[in-house]
Design a protein around this ligand. Structure first.
Ligand code: SF4
Ligand code: SF4
Ligand code: SF4
Length: 196
């Protein structure tokens, strides 16, 4: 049987990464897929550099990074650009440097995802004063992250609606259906609502 391994092209990975909103998630996606396929491991600067870059990007996405790590990431990308043996490695470094240049990486280090997409930096929350207990959000959340009881006439003692953060994947489906605008998106760091 002729089973050919599917070749993943760097241009296709870049195209998929560009569909994402945040430069940090774009970078993590590109490096992760590059490491799992096109990166052949023949030269040290590219193979080791991309591996180290992925560890730093994981930390930034998780909200656990520092300016020192960001400087290391830039240094690694510069080295991969100069020392890689082929275009694939050089292009990967070039894309990474372009995304770092947006300034969004520094903002993540300061606790803010400007695109409001990185899950560790945002939180959906129900404002109980505005919530009329209609129950629409319960159906919208496919993960069962919202707890609460729909209000019915002549029955008292309801369980108020709230979002269990541990289960929430920050998909944003609940906010779309709330007729009272009782669900807000907050910056975790500032606790300030942000536009959606
Ligand atoms: S730069 Fe090219 S040759 Fe070197 S490890 Fe990366 S993909 Fe392989
Ligand atoms: S953001 Fe998504 S996962 Fe989180 S509570 Fe809303 S619908 Fe559920
Ligand atoms: S959709 Fe809005 S108003 Fe209705 S229960 Fe959910 S948070 Fe409350």
């Amino acid at each position: 049987m002729d089973i050919k391994k599917k070749v993943i092209k760097l241009e296709d990975i870049k195209k998929d990464a560009d569909e994402l909103q945040c430069p940090v998630e774009k970078s993590l996606y590109l490096i992760t897929v590059f490491l799992s396929g096109p990166m052949c491991g023949r030269c040290f600067p590219c193979s080791m550099g991309c591996y180290e870059a992925k560890l730093i990007l994981d930390n930034i996405i998780a909200g656990n990074s520092s300016y020192e790590e960001l400087e290391n990431l830039k240094r690694i990308a510069d080295e991969v650009l100069v020392s890689s043996l082929c275009k694939k490695g050089k292009d990967t470094a070039k894309f990474l440097l372009e995304w770092i240049d947006t300034g969004d990486f520094e903002k993540h280090i300061n606790g803010i995802c400007p695109e409001k997409v990185c899950p560790e930096y945002i939180e959906y929350r129900i404002i109980s004063d505005k919530c009329t207990m209609c129950g629409d959000c319960l159906h919208a959340c496919k993960l069962g992250a919202i707890h609460g009881e729909k209000k019915e006439q002549f029955i008292s003692g309801y369980q108020p609606f709230e979002i269990r953060q541990i289960k929430c994947t920050k998909c944003g489906e609940c906010i779309k259906v709330c007729p009272e605008k009782a669900i807000v998106l907050l910056d975790v760091k500032s606790e300030e609502p942000v536009g959606v």
